[in-house]
Design a protein around this ligand. Structure first.
Ligand code: ZN
Ligand code: ZN
Ligand code: ZN
Length: 134
């Protein structure tokens, strides 16, 4: 199975891994249009047609869908990690890249989201490598 590689040059509202604190973001799923791309009569399921999504507090770009808001396995469905918002809330600024998926948000080659970081690509932690297993 081949998965399309990310378009890293595509301009986004922020960089992956960058901590955002805007509270309100342009809806990623409908790209701020409020309707779904395949049916202009349907309200966007991610923002209910408001074209904006509210993510209070701190957030990061959803690593799993790369901020697109679309499920990598089915582009007409909302991303299960960010629910189509394109950003996911985080609890603290002390983030480390997820060691399991190396920040991709995807479990190795399967297309499913990483269970360690829940698709965010980052985990809470003071420093990368601070997690100990014994
Ligand atoms: Zn929307
Ligand atoms: Zn997502
Ligand atoms: Zn991960």
């Amino acid at each position: 199975m081949d998965w399309k590689t990310f378009d890293r040059r595509n301009p986004k509202m922020g960089q992956k891994g960058e901590i955002l604190a805007k509270d309100v973001y342009r809806c990623a799923f409908c790209r701020g249009k409020g309707v779904v791309s395949y049916n202009k009569k349907l309200n966007c399921p991610a923002c209910s047609g408001t074209a904006a999504v509210r993510v209070p507090g701190l957030a990061v770009i959803c690593a799993y869908c790369n901020g697109s808001g679309r499920a990598p396995l089915n582009k007409s469905a909302t991303c299960i990690v960010c629910r189509g918002h394109g950003v996911v809330p985080i609890e603290s600024k002390d983030l480390a890249g997820c060691p399991a998926c190396k920040g991709s948000g995807r479990a190795g080659g399967t297309g499913l989201h990483c269970l360690i970081c829940k698709g965010k690509g980052v985990i809470a932690g003071k420093k990368a490598g601070a997690v100990t297993a014994d």
